[in-house]
Design a protein around this ligand. Sequence first.
Ligand code: NAG
Ligand code: NAG
Ligand code: NAG
Ligand code: NAG
Ligand code: NAG
Ligand code: ZN
Length: 421
Amino acid sequence: MATMWILFTLLVGTACSCHLHIDHSSEPNSLSLMIERNYTSIISNNMANRHLSRNLTHHHKTALINVRIFDGTTLQAPSTLIIDGDRIGPRCHDTSPHPCGATSVYDAQGKALLPGLIDSHAHPLTISDLESLTRAGVTTAVLAHCPDPALCASLSNQPPGLTSIVTGSFIATTPDSQHALTLLSPNQTNLLIRSLNDTAPFIANQVAHGAEFIKIIGSAPGPGLSQDMQSALVAAAHRHNRQAIAHASSALAYTQAAQAGVDQIHHAPLDVPLPASFVTPHVRSFKAVCPTLTMMRGIASLGSGNFSVALESVRMLHEAGVKVLAGTDANGNGRTPFQVRFGTSLHDELENLVLSRLTPVQALNAAARVPAEVWGLMDKGVIREGKMADLILVDGDPSVDVRDVRRVVKVWARGVEFVGI
Ligand SMILES: *[C@@H]1O[C@H](CO)[C@@H](O)[C@H](O)[C@H]1NC(C)=O
Ligand SMILES: *[C@@H]1O[C@H](CO)[C@@H](O)[C@H](O)[C@H]1NC(C)=O
Ligand SMILES: *[C@@H]1O[C@H](CO)[C@@H](O)[C@H](O)[C@H]1NC(C)=O
Ligand SMILES: *[C@@H]1O[C@H](CO)[C@@H](O)[C@H](O)[C@H]1NC(C)=O
Ligand SMILES: *[C@@H]1O[C@H](CO)[C@@H](O)[C@H](O)[C@H]1NC(C)=O
Ligand SMILES: [Zn+2]
């Protein structure tokens, strides 16, 4: 229970004013203690910062010369790459001072160019959180829970030069779950799932409010969604053409999520290793796992769970051919016992994935090509003509030593260089 409680409290960041709120209204048994969160000032700050001129150096056409491109397997020999607007330009073999008509030229001196990194599980709330992500080369972040559609809208569609987000739904959970008890404000109780009847309307409502995927809380062995409810939520998500993503930090929650037919499972068991049967094709019908090992390690370091169990499960799933996504559970909640920083935590996660026996190349792909495929981000994840110019330039060779991904020199988000590395 301690483990789950910590995970739940870490689920939503706060830079907000949060008041403990005793509710004496309709549901004394289930929602007596709730935390009211007021996002009003964060949203207005986010909206104001969006319009600040951030001194972006936006060249129509930039040439990176002598750059070694990571092609998903290895670093290629030094060559020239053109950034044309927000896209990667055609191959350029021109060695003149302005290669292929570039208005700006940067000599990368043999440094490594990677696709912009994708954090498949994070909880940014503010523009400053997005800047921390961009600074570390994380040019796309999946918002793993949307506490308020207006907040998520305030983070979306930023000008180029800053991290883009993929927005999840509000969490699907029951009134008696730890998530509900710790996360919801009084005016959000209508979003709780009380019976099977609530599942389809919940999904329709979330899709109407902009959810690009549906987040389902598997909280077994604690109180929460029944197997039937999880299955109904997944079916409804699929009817709306949305992926269903399960939160699961125990072997039992993993098993239920797989049985419900989810598309992805996030977090990793900290209690007991997954049963060996879990990797049989029938059970692993899901597309991918995002183990958030950095968070699991943090929780285990507090004495709530066994990190070796998480590593072992990821190794087993990876060896069975399950796609692995790099995700951090980064959040800015100052009240939580364990915090995960935005941005650099994805570098930590790559090292943790290597501890689970992924090679450095596989770990890099878990933060680029693989999530681009799994999330349907067709123009991201690889460095190729016509793709989005989300790029990170680093010293060294992270395809050999993944720690080199920390040695960030420059970052471009949608063709615009991030200022303030
Ligand atoms: C939320 O905060 C804003 C200002 O930060 C305040 O005007 C508003 O009344 C607050 N709303 C609630 C419900 O506390
Ligand atoms: C933007 O550039 C101007 C002129 O170069 C400078 O005075 C200003 O301080 C810069 N603003 C920021 C936020 O860096
Ligand atoms: C709850 O109230 C806050 C402010 O009091 C508002 O910003 C938010 O949109 C409300 N949420 C719902 C689901 O009605
Ligand atoms: C669910 O809907 C059915 C049919 O409308 C109704 O008979 C049943 O009482 C509802 N169950 C709950 C728990 O609301
Ligand atoms: C942690 O899990 C590993 C791998 O399953 C196991 O070998 C080890 O004994 C466990 N440690 C504790 C303290 O339970
Ligand atoms: Zn999370």
